[in-house]
Design a protein around this ligand. Structure first.
Ligand code: HEC
Length: 131
């Protein structure tokens, strides 16, 4: 009995410490897992998009969107930006890879994985920075 109640005492103590620490960590974190352009976003563009969205390829010929660099992505198509920093809901980049419009990207290719889609969404919602 004695051992048990001592155990309970320490468990409650540990839970208390956890409860104090957790809300703080939650507040500091931006929405979604922290992602960066160089490590998380650019590799997806290179693997799945640049084939068509580079100088001389159909994606650039038809839309003007060049995905070979951060600058090209932020410049967007000849009709305007495809990224609205902080708002993946209205960013065409996210609308198209999530299949929320008539056309889907990558054009005529396997869709991005749920994980890749999340990375692009988190990156836009975290401000679409060149980090
Ligand atoms: C197989 C070729 C191909 C691949 C791969 C591809 N695209 Fe495209 N993309 C196109 C073509 C062609 C257009 C022009 C479509 C049109 O205007 O009807 C286009 C247009 C776009 C547009 C502009 C649509 C608009 O608003 O007019 C966006 C944004 C886009 N692509 C994003 C991407 C992203 C992000 C990827 C990678 C995940 C990707 N594309 C992969 C061929 C491709």
């Amino acid at each position: 009995m004695r051992t048990r109640s001592r155990f309970t005492f320490w468990s409650v103590g540990a839970l208390f410490v956890l409860a104090m620490a957790l809300p703080d960590a939650g507040q500091a974190a931006p929405p979604g897992a922290r992602v960066t352009f160089a490590e998380d976003v650019f590799p997806i563009l290179q693997n799945r998009c640049v084939e068509c969205h580079k100088q001389g390829a159909p994606g650039v010929a038809f839309s003007g969107l060049n995905l070979e660099s951060y600058e090209g992505l932020m410049k967007g198509t000849r009709f305007g930006p495809v990224v609205v920093p902080g708002n993946a809901m209205v960013s065409n980049l996210n609308v198209l890879v999530e299949g929320r419009a008539g056309i889907r990207m990558p054009h005529n290719r396997k869709r991005l994985t749920a994980c890749e889609i999340d990375i692009l969404r988190n990156w836009v919602n975290q401000g679409a920075k060149n980090d």
